[in-house]
Design a protein around this ligand. Structure first.
Ligand code: SF4
Length: 213
């Protein structure tokens, strides 16, 4: 088995290098071969970036649905490009199965990933490992922290960097509103004394919308 780093989507280049260095160190630590694809962000712009963004998942439910559909198109094109290049690398290196670690993320479009992986494998006469690793996400998160690995806070492309920032701001705003509502609803009168209950921070780990990690 070999790992392949196929990420023309990552912006800026310094972030690409940081993620690549992290994986290189891990791969050499476990004694696994690492194949590094050419870094070609211009090709990514032509094939995936053309679908545009940023698409912040904020405001109304209608906004959410519309933005999700727009983002799906861009991400599908991004998966297609990366898996077609992965399949070509697999063929060049004598492998007959390709898989993806992207399915570990609950913030990605898992079904799209599997469909694009299938298509890339089929077009090169390979098999696809169609594993959905999402149940392992908490373990992977904990392990990467234990190992002191660099942890990205956006998916990869320049659109996702802005989207992730907008989503963080929107969640922060929402948390503040929730805390206000809870604080006022938890204010009660007992034995004639006014008791104020402090809002907790339980929403700090609220789910991230798609596209951020
Ligand atoms: S959000 Fe992630 S998967 Fe989607 S286009 Fe950007 S880099 Fe690719």
């Amino acid at each position: 088995m070999a790992l392949a780093f196929v990420n023309p989507n990552i912006h800026p280049e310094a972030e690409y290098r940081l993620r690549l260095d992290t994986l290189s160190e891990y791969a050499s630590g476990i004694g696994c071969a690492l194949i590094i694809d050419d870094y070609d962000p211009e090709q990514w712009e032509r094939e995936a970036g053309v679908f545009g963004g940023p698409y912040p998942l904020i405001s109304t439910a209608d906004d959410y649905q519309r933005n999700l559909l727009l983002r799906q198109k861009r991400c599908a094109a991004c998966y297609r490009l990366r898996f077609s290049r992965t399949a070509a690398l697999a063929v060049a290196n004598g492998a007959n199965i390709i898989g993806s670690t992207l399915t570990i993320s609950p913030y990605q479009f898992t079904q799209l990933i599997i469909a694009q992986l299938d298509e890339a494998a089929r077009s090169c006469g390979l098999n696809a490992a169609r594993d959905d690793y999402r149940p392992l996400f908490p373990v992977a998160t904990r392990r990467s922290r234990e190992l002191g690995m660099y942890r990205q806070n956006y998916c990869g492309c320049h659109y996702s960097e802005i989207e992730a920032e907008l989503e963080r701001e929107a969640r922060k705003k929402q948390r503040k509103q929730n805390q206000k509502v809870r604080a006022s609803s938890d204010t009660s009168v007992a034995d004639g004394n006014l008791i104020e209950c402090k809002a907790d921070d339980s929403l700090d780990g609220a789910d991230n919308p798609v596209g951020t990690e």
